[in-house]
Design a protein around this ligand. Structure first.
Ligand code: TYD
Length: 218
C-alpha cells in the first residue's frame, strides 16, 4: 500500500492474558486527551466490524494453526487500512490493545506455528511504500506488561468465562511469554518492558514514566 506520511503516534500494548493492560490503556487515553490530542483507542483482533466478526470466530472456534494465523492477519489488514492508518494520517494517537507481537507470541510461541511464515504474512500485511522505500508499519512503542504465567492464571481464575486462549494451560502462556521475549530481543528499541507483578499504582507509575521519558506526556 502507498499512502501519505503518517504524522500520528502508534502505540501497542501486549502481555499474556491476565497481565492487566486494560486499565492503563484507558488511563493513557485520558492523559493524551487532557493534552488536547485526538485518541483512537482500539484493539486486536478487532477494531472494525469485519475484524470484530473475525475476532468472535477466532476466539471461540477450533481451527488449524494456519487458519488461525491467517484470520489474525486478515483482521489486522482490515483494521490497519480502515482505522489505524487513517487515524495516523490525521495525526492522532492510536492506542492499540495488542498488535502483531501477539501473533508471534500466541500463534508462534504458544501454538508453535512457523515464525518464518508469520514474518511473510507480517511483510505482506504491514508492508508499505513510502517515498519509494519498503517500510514495515510497526508501533513506535510497544508496552509489554510482563507477568509470570502462574500469577496471571491466579488473577484470571473465576474472573469470567474463559475464551479459547484464556483456557489454555500455564505451559502455553510460558511459551507465549517466551515469544514476547524473542520479539523484544529482535527489536529492543521498540519495547518498554513493564513489571506487571507490582501493584496497579506502581505499574501505572512505570508506564507513565516511559511516556514522560519519550516526551509524550508530562
Ligand atoms: P484480549 O486482548 O486479552 O482481550 P480481552 O481482555 O477482551 O480478553 O484477548 C484477545 C485474545 O486473542 C488473547 O487471548 C490473545 C489472542 N490473540 C492471538 O492469539 N493472536 C493475535 O494476533 C492477537 C491480536 C490476539
Amino acid at each position: 500500500m502507498t499512502t501519505a506520511p503518517l504524522s500520528g503516534l502508534f502505540i501497542s500494548f501486549e502481555g499474556i492474558d491476565g497481565a492487566g493492560k486494560s486499565t492503563h490503556i484507558g488511563a493513557l487515553a485520558a492523559a493524551f486527551k487532557a493534552l488536547g490530542r485526538a485518541v483512537t483507542l482500539t484493539r486486536e483482533p478487532g477494531g472494525t466490524p469485519l475484524a470484530e466478526t473475525l475476532r468472535t470466530l477466532v476466539l471461540n472456534d477450533a481451527m488449524d494453526p494456519l487458519t488461525e494465523a491467517l484470520l489474525m492477519f486478515a483482521a489486522r489488514r482490515d483494521h490497519l487500512t480502515c482505522v489505524i492508518l487513517p487515524a495516523l494520517a490525521r495525526g492522532e494517537v492510536v492506542l492499540c490493545d495488542r498488535f502483531t507481537d501477539a501473533t508471534f507470541a500466541y500463534q508462534g510461541g504458544g501454538r508453535g506455528f512457523d515464525e518464518a511464515v508469520l514474518t511473510q504474512l507480517e511483510n505482506m500485511v504491514q508492508g508499505r511504500a513510502e517515498a519509494g522505500e519498503f517500510k514495515l508499519i510497526q508501533p513506535e512503542l510497544t508496552v509489554w506488561f510482563d507477568l509470570a504465567p502462574e500469577v496471571a492464571a491466579k488473577r484470571l481464575a473465576g474472573a469470567r468465562v474463559p475464551d479459547k486462549f484464556e483456557s489454555q494451560p500455564v505451559e502455553f502462556f510460558r511459551r507465549v511469554a517466551d515469544g514476547y521475549a524473542r520479539r523484544l530481543a529482535g527489536e529492543p528499541g521498540r519495547f518498554a518492558r513493564i513489571n506487571g507483578g507490582q501493584t496497579q499504582s506502581a505499574v501505572w507509575q512505570d508506564v507513565h514514566a516511559v511516556f514522560v521519558a519519550k516526551g509524550w506526556l508530562s
